[in-house]
Ligand binder design. Structure first.
Ligand SMILES: *Cc1c(COP(=O)(O)O)cnc(C)c1O
Length: 228
């Protein structure tokens, strides 16, 4: 049992490498963000020992508690919805915020980042599936949105993020990943930008996401759950 996390990390890395090889990509072009929303600090230490260098958390308060104990051992990604009243803490902790989807939130991040002299790296969350229950912008409002916040001096846009609906066959969500890649191409063409990050793919669908161009996969259960 103690070796479970190390074994899981190794197996996830092998699957990423095999998938990259299959689609002619290099493994170091895909960053593994280990999603620790269900993991305790001890398990996170095991992940660090197994070579994990990036943690993804959904909630700022959980992340803050873990960050106090493990801060320097990893980089921290916020992957869940961010409320404006948590922005100050978030900006202090996370190297990348994946979930920017409103002007109000972007303004708050810009303001808090400016107070601590930081340029906060962010991704714009887009719901390419159009699923109502999910956070994220609609694809067709995202270019105007990005254009508006691109001028904020303490926000640094790096790319796009999406969460695909949970389905049993990952092929079902391939069109949503492809749509995010195509949207990034379009954003860069229309706004003359060079945003490069596509954060997409979780335990059940990361291989399909990598085939569609993902360069950050966010993986929780395949690492921290014994019943995936
Ligand atoms: C929980 C979560 C993940 C990880 O999901 P798994 O299926 O456990 O790999 C990835 N991204 C987001 C936004 C999440 O909330």
């Amino acid at each position: 049992m103690p070796a479970m996390i190390a074994d899981n990390v190794r197996s996830v890395r092998q699957r990423i490498a095999a998938c990259c090889e299959k689609c002619g990509r290099t493994t170091d072009g895909v960053q593994l963000v280990s999603v620790t929303k269900t993991a305790c600090v001890e398990e996170m230490r095991e992940a660090i020992a197994a070579g994990v260098r990036a943690f993804g958390e959904n909630r700022v308060l959980d992340a803050a508690a873990k960050h106090r104990l493990l801060a320097d051992n990893a980089e921290w990604h916020l992957i869940g919805h961010l409320q404006t009243n948590k922005v100050r803490d978030a900006v202090g902790i996370f190297s990348l915020i994946h979930s920017v989807d409103s002007i109000k939130l972007a303004q708050a991040i810009d303001r808090e980042a400016s107070k601590i002299g930081k340029r906060q790296d962010v991704l714009i969350q887009v719901s390419t599936s159009g699923e109502e229950s999910k956070f994220g912008l609609a694809s067709d409002e995202s270019i105007e949105f990005i254009h508006k916040i691109a001028s904020f001096s303490n926000i640094n846009i790096k790319g796009l993020m999406t969460i695909a609906p949970a389905v049993s066959d990952p092929e079902t969500v391939r069109p949503y990943f492809r749509a995010l890649r195509e949207l990034l191409v379009k954003v860069n063409a229309v706004l003359s930008t060079k945003y490069g990050i596509l954060s997409m793919g979780m335990t059940d669908d990361f291989e399909v996401a990598i085939e569609e161009g993902s360069n950050i996969v966010r993986i929780g259960r395949a690492i921290f759950s014994d019943k995936k």
